[in-house]
Design a protein around this ligand. Structure first.
Ligand SMILES: [Zn+2]
Length: 569
């Protein structure tokens, strides 16, 4: 039996270039928001398929391999394993995290290429490219650097300027220089295949106009780029690492990494459907997420990827036909490191493996969510991280849980108190507040306003602390005639709200939420419980409470990360 009220939701997450470890900017930009969003929808009972994989191709990988004197495959495998460890430590739960280095992906990509060619949206033409006369090689994408013609950043690359987010043609770079020899490139002709993007301007504009719920910066950037006339894009490169072009005479060329990486969302879904992880045991079930018009697809990417997901990939999907366009591309802005953008390719990053070696994963998830760059760039500092950990996570949530459990343990024989026959106004009001938070918090998560969702939950924690101060069960217990019943009601109420809060916080804090449920004497995970209030049961034995989080010292944390900052780069 399928429940028709349950939605099919594809969570498509940016494919990281496997040329370095992930850093905190990646986690806050794409992976953590995708995981929070997916956890929420899984708890709602929706059918979530969350896929991504390592981008094993492209010049970021080959440039690094040449720098180290190893093969591109060595580089790709090293960082693919690093990504898997990071996701495991941080609790990022993919249904499938694969790579572009699979025969399935090559097949799906070549099929896509040939279909677009048959549909008449690809054409072959001679292209003028930059060529290094010293080493006698063409310089695709990242093999050339120079000054951005749009924002004057000196760090623009042949494919893109990270500083202003524009996609570039290497020929537009001011004062280009070769990454291979540092020489000034010359121009040379080469035959390539092009995607006729210009043919999609009108359709894309009409489609984007309907997306009034998108983040304004994503929609406006995309509409602006289309309005300025879309140039056709070459989708093959003079490289030998990558997916072969399924056309005769192209042995020395490969399909452009961006063209094939976005196809990865589709090929990963197909790979997942054919794998044992698909309990439906039906290799065609990927179609429910890609072909059913009721299904929803969300692309979690950083702002530098907006053009590829809001323009180029939709154009490819329109050209292919029969596949769903993005429901939303809730791209995040950048997480800056004290004013410097953290770039995987260029330093000043805090590497995910270092961070997760030293920090509680939920503490990191909390801080990154609370200052997630959803609508504008935000700055990550250790000072702010420690403040959020100590003043918010520990003081407002961790201590609340610990305090209520300690008092209950000491005064109620380590059991959840009896449910009061009558609740006072303030007690029933607090329980109601926590129950209503499921709607408010859920709506925020559905709109991918994750900071807001977290804030809605934390406000319930604040209200519970205030309630405890007002009711002061520790004082009430000193009154031997009425105190016990009064304190019993207070603690029962607080424990009930804590149980609800554990569920509300699960998308952001999955590890500690499970711990809270265990401390309340419940079995099963918060995720399995589903998105609804979690009743507590009187007389349940409570285990000895253990603190959820630790207070941190800013100096210690800064010292720790000053010394490890560069160890993995
Ligand atoms: Zn720029």
């Amino acid at each position: 039996m399928t429940d028709n009220s349950k939605k099919y939701i594809l969570t498509a997450v940016a494919w990281p270039y496997s040329n370095n470890h992930l850093h905190l900017g990646h986690l806050a930009g794409a992976y953590l928001p995708a995981d929070i969003f997916s956890r929420y929808h899984r708890m709602k009972g929706n059918h979530v398929l969350m896929v991504s994989g390592s981008d094993s191709h492209g010049t970021p990988v080959t440039v690094r391999a040449e720098e180290e004197g190893v093969t591109p495959k060595d580089i790709f495998e090293r960082y693919h394993n690093s990504f898997l460890q990071t996701f495991d430590s941080l609790g990022i739960e993919f249904d499938l995290f694969t790579s572009t280095d699979t025969s399935n992906h090559a097949d799906v990509t070549q099929d896509f290429f040939l279909r677009l060619k048959d549909e008449g949206v690809l054409y072959e033409a001679e292209q003028t490219l930059l060529f290094d006369p010293d080493v006698k090689r063409f310089l695709p994408d990242r093999y050339v650097e120079g000054t951005c013609p749009l924002c004057d950043s000196p760090n623009a690359r042949g494919d893109q300027c990270d500083d202003c987010g524009s996609t570039l043609d290497a020929l537009e770079l001011i004062e280009p220089r070769s990454k291979l020899s540092d020489s000034t490139p010359i121009r040379k002709e080469s035959m390539h295949w092009f995607l006729k993007l210009s043919a999609f301007s009108e359709k894309l504009t009409d489609w984007l106009q309907t997306k009034s719920g998108w983040k304004p910066q994503v929609r406006n950037l995309s509409l602006g780029m289309i309005g300025a006339e879309l140039p056709d894009r070459s989708i093959t490169r003079d490289l030998t690492w990558g997916i072969p072009v399924p056309i005769e005479g192209y042995d020395e060329k490969r399909i452009y990494v961006w063209f094939e990486a976005v196809i990865g969302y589709l090929s990963a879904s197909i790979e997942w459907a054919a794998s044992p992880a698909n309990i439906e045991n039906d290799s065609r079930s990927w179609k429910k997420w890609w072909m059913d018009s009721e299904a929803e697809t969300y692309y979690f990417v950083g702002k530098d990827n907006i053009p590829f997901h809001a323009i180029i990939w939709p154009a490819m999907l329109l050209g292919y036909g029969g596949l769903n366009l993005p429901t939303n591309v809730p791209a995040n802005q950048y997480l800056l490191m004290s004013g410097t953008k953290a770039s995987k390719s260029r330093g000043t990053a805090i590497w995910a493996p270092d961070a997760l070696e030293h920090l509680n994963p939920d503490a990191l998830r909390y801080a990154l969510t609370a200052s997630m760059p959803e609508t504008s760039d935000s700055d990550f500092t250790w000072q702010e991280f420690v403040r959020r950990n100590n003043d918010e996570l520990v003081a407002r949530w961790g201590n609340l849980v610990n305090r209520v459990l300690q008092i209950t343990n000491r005064n109620f024989n380590g059991k959840i108190p009896e449910r009061p026959a009558n609740f006072s106004h303030e007690s029933s009001q607090l329980i109601e507040l926590s129950e209503q938070a499921f709607d408010r918090c859920g709506q925020a998560y559905e709109k991918v306003e994750l900071r807001n969702g977290l804030q809605q939950a934390m406000e319930v924690a604040t209200a519970t602390n205030r309630y405890l101060e007002d009711r002061a069960p520790w004082s009430a217990l000193k009154d031997e005639t009425h105190g016990f019943a009064h304190a019993g009601e207070t603690l029962f109420t607080a424990l009930q709200v804590i149980s609800n809060l554990a569920i509300l916080l699960t998308p952001v804090l999955p590890f500690s939420s499970n711990q809270v449920l265990r401390l309340l004497g419940q079995s099963g995970t918060a995720t399995a419980h589903g998105w609804e209030p979690a009743p507590i049961f009187p007389s349940t034995n409570l285990p000895q409470p253990t603190p959820l989080f630790e207070k941190l010292d800013q100096d210690e944390i800064e010292q720790l990360f000053d010394s490890t900052q560069d160890s993995s780069s």
